[in-house]
Design a binder for this molecule. Structure first.
Ligand SMILES: Cc1cc2nc3c(=O)[nH]c(=O)nc-3n(C[C@H](O)[C@H](O)[C@H](O)COP(=O)(O)OP(=O)(O)OC[C@H]3O[C@@H](n4cnc5c(N)ncnc54)[C@H](O)[C@@H]3O)c2cc1C
Length: 484
């Protein structure tokens, strides 16, 4: 293993400092360690040097410096990604956008805003308060994740069921390409003319360049919102209700399901009003014109009753609505009350198979002696089994990763896909051949090469590479520096 020692006299560090200012390059042990991983359980990374540009031009300059020194680069936002996408491989320059937090322009009439990539998701919606508009994609990490990360991962969130994931809300992106040029992909108005390169870039996980400015579409606040909290005696009855609601023709703004373990972990802290006796709790949010919302509340109540719901409660005011959502958004943090660590999975399955697949996920965890908690975007079949563990227990990590692989294979076996929103990153690239034929993977590689012929943008992510590049077989956690 090759380890590089950096000093401020290192020519690469000196050139980066010339590009972004001496205070905005970090090469010490703390930075190397801090930027070596993201929010996932995947390890193996080691940041060589970290730079924090303040403008699009500085991002492009950092890329050019990295290339001049023969180094790859890794774009990074807040590091909340859950697939190892921002984990640094190949001794790269990490280019973090967290200083680029300006909301450059808001055009209320055209419902469009230009933002820098380091803007935190929730800060944009807070900035828009009172305008009657908001940014619709709302990942559960929205208090900390950046819009650049959302674009790169084509992120989703509870309200993406009706409104669509990030791609539907990005009109154009300014990109620093892997050769250091700045280009704009997409248009402020209208659908893309010719090949939709904006569409290719969104979800590119930082392998096609770095988003330096983003034109996001803004969504009108709905005139009426009803938030329903439903208790069920089993997870199957809750899952069947989700399918039946969508089959009835209603598309709720959100449908989020939590099992009893999640509810019992969250409720004592969030005081969200969840029933501790329910085997599953479902949040359904309906929005639109008042008369339509009232009709849909009745319909959902009727459908839930027919599927065995124990109770249906409609939030009586904004304060109660916020409490219901606070519980859901605090779910991942609350598991610390059970075990210190978790591995959060992300696959999509056909909504009609929810009940049987969740039962099988629970059986996988039982067989491996693990605790699994289920909290997920049920409306779009996006499973999020949380395997919680204490890694000080001998052998537990191996069981966690093996269970994760079983969950992936189970999801694919029922016609699902590898990821609903967290992306492929390092975590799932070795499973890509389970979903795609070699010709499909080659086509994706050709697209990547069109942006990045030399493979310097976020190497080793998304597409499987050969064993010589340190390919990993199956899910596993790698020690820091594996990829250096
Ligand atoms: C508690 C918790 C809850 C979560 N809930 C959700 C959820 O509901 N829905 C969801 O979709 N995700 C969720 N996530 C995952 C994560 O928050 C999202 O993927 C988010 O979009 C990542 O943003 P980030 O700024 O942290 O990006 P990072 O983790 O820093 O990077 C993610 C990827 O984007 C690339 N990247 C970052 N910035 C740029 C840029 N400017 N240009 C090009 N590439 C870039 C990186 O190279 C990497 O591949 C959750 C994570 C946590 C920890």
């Amino acid at each position: 293993m090759r380890r590089r020692r950096w000093s401020t006299r290192d020519p690469l560090v000196a050139d980066l400092e010339a590009a972004v200012g001496a205070g905005h390059v970090q090469a010490g042990d703390a930075a190397v360690h801090l930027y070596s991983r993201d929010g996932s359980a995947i390890g193996g990374g080691r940041a060589g040097v970290v730079c924090l540009p303040g403008t699009a031009e500085e991002v492009a300059a950092c890329i050019r410096v990295a290339r001049r020194h023969g180094r790859a680069f890794v774009p990074r936002g807040a590091g909340t990604g859950l697939a190892g996408g921002a984990v640094p491989c190949d001794d790269p320059v990490v280019i973090s956008t967290t200083r680029m937090t300006r909301i450059l322009d808001v055009d209320i009439e055209r419902r469009l805003a230009w933002v820098e990539p380091g803007v935190v998701n929730l800060d944009l919606t807070r900035h828009l308060a009172g305008t009657g508009l908001h940014f619709a994609p709302d990942p559960s990490s929205q208090q900390s994740c950046t819009l650049g990360g959302n674009v790169a991962n084509n992120s989703g969130g509870p309200h993406c069921l009706a409104y669509g994931v990030t791609s539907a809300h990005v009109a154009a992106v300014e990109v620093a390409l892997p050769d250091g040029d700045l280009v704009v992909l997409g248009e402020e108005e209208g659908d893309p003319v010719g090949y939709d390169l904006r569409g290719a870039f969104v979800g590119g996980e930082g392998t096609l360049g770095i988003a330096t400015r983003i034109a996001v579409r803004l969504t009108a606040d709905p005139p009426e919102i009803a938030t329903l909290l439903l208790d069920f005696p089993t997870i199957e009855t809750a899952a069947d209700t989700v399918s039946a609601v969508v089959a009835s023709g209603i598309v709720p703004a959100a449908m989020e399901l939590m099992d009893q373990r999640v509810v019992r972990a969250v409720e004592p802290h969030a005081n969200a009003g969840y029933s501790l006796d329910a085997a599953a709790v479902l949040i359904v949010e309906l929005d639109g014109l008042p008369a339509g919302v009232a009709r849909e509340v009745e319909a959902v109540t009727r459908i839930a009753g027919a599927h065995g719901a124990d109770s249906v409660r409609v939030a009586s005011d904004e304060e109660e609505r916020e409490r219901i959502w606070k519980g859901r958004k605090a779910a991942f943090g609350a598991i610390a009350n059970i075990k210190p660590s978790y591995y959060l999975h992300d696959t999509v399955i056909p909504r009609t198979r929810l009940a049987e697949v969740v039962a099988e996920v629970n059986a996988i965890a039982d067989r491996r002696g693990l605790i699994v908690m289920n909290v997920f975007h049920a409306g779009d079949g996006n499973l999020h089994p949380l395997l919680v563990f204490d890694e000080r227990e001998p052998g537990v990590l191996e069981e966690v990763f093996a269970a994760g692989e079983e969950i992936v294979r189970l999801s694919l076996s029922v016609g699902g896909v590898l990821s609903g929103e967290h992306g492929i990153g390092l975590e799932k690239r070795q499973f890509m051949p389970l979903l795609f034929q070699p010709a499909d993977l080659d086509a994706q590689r050709v697209l990547r090469d069109a942006f990045d012929q030399d493979g310097v943008a976020n190497p080793h992510k998304v597409l499987p590479t050969g064993a010589s590049c340190g390919d990993v077989q199956g899910m596993t956690r790698l020690p820091e520096g594996t990829w250096v």
